[in-house]
Design a protein around this ligand. Structure first.
Ligand code: HEC
Ligand code: HEC
Ligand code: HEC
Ligand code: HEC
Ligand code: HEC
Ligand code: HEC
Ligand code: HEC
Ligand code: HEC
Ligand code: HEC
Ligand code: HEC
Ligand code: HEC
Ligand code: HEC
Ligand code: HEC
Length: 441
């Protein structure tokens, strides 16, 4: 910058360029064909130059030499005709009167008498590190239009900005503004400052994000960062492809929790096919729901996240509460905490009952009989499907016994029912008239 100021001072004494000037004569017309004629031939000529009013800015030093000084101090010269810049924050080169760092006082190839063909070339002459290493440049930056956002001289806003933060961006990104405006759930930072997430100039990625999710999101959501980091059971949905953006819309959403799709659709967008992971294959949940019209309460509500922790957790299958992972398990209320957040544990606690459960033979509680054991208690999956089934009471088609899958053949009738799994012969139960079943020989 100092060098530019010196350049200006040096120019105060101009040495003759024209051939054989006649002493005292040269102030009459400076732009003849043989003298400074080129000054008026550029595509954009400064008004006083076009008027041949060289003396608006230059005056002869003395009559004997073809030497000129500027009429005023270089820092003040332009203000003779132009107003002071308006704004609380003045761009340093402007404050220092270095108008000619960006403008040619005589004429230029482009409008505004700029010293380079595009605004950005003018700017990056000094801000040479700004766009370094940016793989993707923002549209207006790539077009060289720094002044789409910045005032080159001064502004009341910080960073010489033309508009306040969100308005700066939505002046062009109207569709984003219109969309966020109509959404019932808005992400607070997207209503406050777009640049908390986007670099206005460009970035290493196409969306110009300051960092990629999840790191971008963890800057503010450190609780989720901790949860995901500490989880013994992790969900790959947080690490594959777009990470958090697989499920959340960072601007806003019609769904609660800024979900990018309706909750059920969201989970099925990945679990609408079987998913291979760590040598096992998770079933296609969409297919399951299509084949089995009776959906379990929360599944029917489309609320997968009441039972599964989408960000990771401590329980197998990302379950939100305890549930045994095995076919057999000792019984305790805690071991089935997940089911007992919504269902009554009493149905499993008394050996005899005439009301706590319909799964009884007379007063003999068959839930107690099967489930409430110190060692080989059968877990709910032996008889129920937690997602959906074709049978009443969410009875499953098949008992998942190790590598086997045994048809359960459940039949329900008015006072009870029957089943014939691989575990025993067809057994019946009847709440009104208890049945005596014959065990396998
Ligand atoms: C609006 C003010 C202004 C007007 C009008 C003006 N000049 Fe200049 N001129 C300057 C300034 C400022 C410099 C110093 C440029 C620098 O060093 O960056 C300069 C420098 C010069 C130089 C030195 C070489 C150069 O281009 O830097 C010549 C020659 C010159 N002017 C000729 C003229 C002639 C001839 C006219 C009239 C046709 C004229 N000027 C009109 C402001 C003006
Ligand atoms: C950092 C570069 C830079 C400096 C320094 C600078 N300008 Fe500008 N100036 C620009 C740019 C770029 C534009 C074009 C504005 C646009 O694109 O909207 C401009 C436009 C102008 C215009 C025409 C439009 C308007 O705003 O009236 C005038 C007059 C002007 N400048 C005068 C000056 C004067 C006088 C100074 C010194 C006090 C100065 N400029 C210093 C970059 C600069
Ligand atoms: C003698 C008066 C005068 C002086 C001194 C003067 N200008 Fe100008 N300038 C004008 C006039 C007149 C216009 C054309 C009307 C307008 O656009 O305001 C103009 C226009 C401009 C423009 C806009 C050009 C365009 O393409 O729209 C810029 C930039 C500019 N001047 C920069 C400067 C700078 C830099 C200086 C100091 C080196 C300076 N002016 C000194 C009178 C002057
Ligand atoms: C002659 C050198 C020079 C040119 C050319 C220049 N700048 Fe600057 N600019 C500076 C200096 C010096 C600073 C203050 C130090 C810094 O932030 O780098 C600055 C600061 C800024 C700032 C930050 C202001 C703040 O309040 O934090 C912005 C924005 C800026 N310039 C934009 C531009 C734009 C846009 C252009 C082109 C129209 C441009 N600059 C051209 C020298 C220049
Ligand atoms: C889409 C709007 C937009 C465009 C276009 C734009 N900027 Fe900026 N610029 C900003 C915003 C917003 C800031 C405030 C700092 C931030 O949040 O990163 C800024 C900050 C700056 C700063 C100061 C802070 C820093 O990062 O060093 C400079 C210098 C700057 N811009 C120069 C430029 C130049 C040069 C261009 C053209 C090549 C340009 N800008 C184009 C919006 C823009
Ligand atoms: C002068 C108009 C203008 C302004 C102001 C502007 N943008 Fe842009 N933006 C564009 C253009 C043009 C593109 C490139 C076209 C496209 O990809 O949609 C773009 C692209 C983007 C993209 C990438 C879109 C993609 O699909 O790759 C993001 C993100 C973006 N802008 C964010 C912002 C933010 C944040 C701001 C405010 C700091 C902002 N824009 C201000 C014009 C603008
Ligand atoms: C909390 C971080 C965050 C904030 C704040 C934010 N964005 Fe984004 N934005 C993103 C992410 C993440 C993406 C990429 C989404 C994807 O990969 O599907 C994106 C994508 C975009 C895109 C390109 C895709 C599209 O939807 O067209 C544009 C343009 C955009 N943002 C503009 C804006 C504007 C304008 C604002 C301010 C009103 C803003 N963003 C605020 C995080 C944010
Ligand atoms: C600049 C800080 C900031 C960044 C960065 C940020 N958020 Fe937020 N986010 C907030 C604030 C503030 C809230 C509202 C208060 C709250 O619910 O924690 C919020 C709320 C949310 C909510 C809604 C919570 C609810 O219960 O409704 C979700 C989901 C969310 N953010 C996801 C994200 C994702 C995904 C990203 C990364 C793309 C991200 N956030 C980046 C600050 C941020
Ligand atoms: C598999 C889809 C999915 C992914 C991936 C995901 N989320 Fe969520 N997120 C959800 C669902 C569903 C909810 C609402 C249910 C709940 O509260 O657990 C939610 C709720 C939230 C909430 C608000 C409630 C709370 O738990 O605090 C925040 C904040 C949040 N997510 C941030 C993030 C961040 C940050 C990431 C990336 C590390 C992320 N999410 C990744 C599905 C996801
Ligand atoms: C972006 C794709 C994606 C989305 C969206 C997604 N998942 Fe997943 N999910 C996976 C992948 C891949 C696996 C297998 C790897 C693993 O265990 O994380 C998986 C595994 C699971 C598992 C088994 C975890 C284990 O360790 O046994 C459950 C349960 C699950 N997801 C539930 C959900 C729920 C509920 C939703 C909706 C909130 C959801 N997923 C949304 C990709 C996704
Ligand atoms: C009522 C609680 C509950 C709800 C609601 C629920 N799940 Fe599950 N989910 C479970 C339980 C329990 C398991 C473990 C089943 C087992 O191992 O017997 C499981 C297992 C899974 C698995 C692993 C399947 C496999 O092949 O091992 C996936 C994937 C899954 N659920 C996705 C979903 C999706 C998607 C939704 C929403 C449509 C959903 N869950 C709703 C309780 C639930
Ligand atoms: C978030 C609450 C919730 C959780 C957790 C839950 N359920 Fe349910 N369950 C319901 C609701 C509501 C119904 C009634 C609607 C229906 O029939 O699906 C129901 C119904 C049932 C039924 C059929 C009862 C009937 O009268 O038709 C069975 C069997 C069942 N659940 C088993 C389980 C098992 C096993 C678990 C644990 C893995 C479990 N549920 C966890 C809410 C829940
Ligand atoms: C051996 C098979 C079997 C096991 C194991 C089993 N159930 Fe059931 N359950 C049934 C049958 C059969 C019915 C239907 C009774 C009827 O309505 O005739 C039933 C009914 C239910 C009902 C409806 C209310 C009631 O009690 O009649 C709920 C809720 C229920 N079971 C939850 C569970 C839970 C939770 C577990 C695991 C802790 C579990 N069941 C284990 C077979 C079983």
């Amino acid at each position: 910058m100092g060098s530019i100021a010196h350049g200006l001072l040096a120019a105060v004494t101009l040495v003759a360029l024209a051939a054989e000037p006649q002493p005292g004569d040269y102030t009459q017309n400076c732009t003849t064909a043989s003298c400074h004629g080129d000054l008026t031939k550029r595509p954009v000529v400064h008004d006083p130059v076009r008027q041949d009013s060289c003396d608006a800015c230059h005056e002869a030093e003395d009559g004997a030499e073809h030497g000129f000084t500027l009429t005023t101090d270089a820092q003040e010269l332009c203000y003779e005709c132009h107003d002071d810049p308006e704004g609380a924050n003045v761009h340093p080169p402007v404050a220092e009167g270095q108008c000619t760092a960006c403008h040619d006082p005589h004429g230029a190839a482009v409008k505004f008498l700029l010293t380079a063909p595009t605004v950005s070339e003018v700017c990056t002459d000094c801000h040479d590190e700004l766009l370094e290493d940016l793989a993707f440049l923002h549209g207006p930056v790539a077009a060289g239009a720094c002044t789409a956002c910045h005032n080159p001289h001064a502004s009341d806003l910080s960073s010489l900005l033309k508009r306040e933060s969100v308005k700066l961006c939505t002046a062009c990104h109207e569709t984003i503004a219109n969309r966020i405006g109509t959404l019932p759930h808005k992400h607070p930072p997207a209503t406050e400052d777009c640049t908390t997430c986007h670099n206005p100039h460009g970035a290493g990625n196409k969306m110009m994000l300051n960092a990629s999710p999840p790191d971008l999101c963890f800057e503010c959501h450190d609780d989720i960062a901790e949860l995901a980091e500490d989880a013994t059971v992790k969900h790959d949905a947080l690490t594959i492809k777009k990470s958090c953006s697989n499920c959340h819309d960072a601007h806003g959403s019609t769904s609660e929790h800024l979900l990018s799709k309706k909750p059920l659709e969201l989970c099925l967008s990945c679990h609408g096919k079987s998913v291979k992971s760590d040598g096992r294959t998770l079933i296609d949940i969409a297919q399951k729901l299509e084949d089995n019209p009776r959906r379990h309460g929360p599944v029917g509500e489309g609320d997968c996240a009441t039972c599964h922790s989408p960000h990771g957790g401590e329980q197998f299958r990302l379950l939100a509460g305890a549930y045994p992972s095995t076919f057999y398990s000792p019984f305790s209320e805690d071991a089935y905490a997940l089911c007992f957040t919504c269902h009554d544990v009493e149905a499993f606690e008394d050996e005899e009952t005439d009301e706590l459960t319909d799964f009884r033979n007379g007063e003999r509680n068959l839930h107690f009989l099967h489930v409430n054991r110190e060692t080989k208690g059968r877990t709910c999956r032996a008889c129920h499907d937690v997602h959906a089934s074709r049978h009443p009471k969410h009875i499953t088609d098949n008992v998942p016994f190790g590598a086997w899958s045994l048809p359960i053949q459940f039949v329900k009738n008015e006072n009870g029912g029957s089943c014939a799994p691989g575990c025993h012969n067809q057994y019946r139960y009847d709440r009104e008239s208890p049945v005596t079943n014959i065990p396998k020989p």
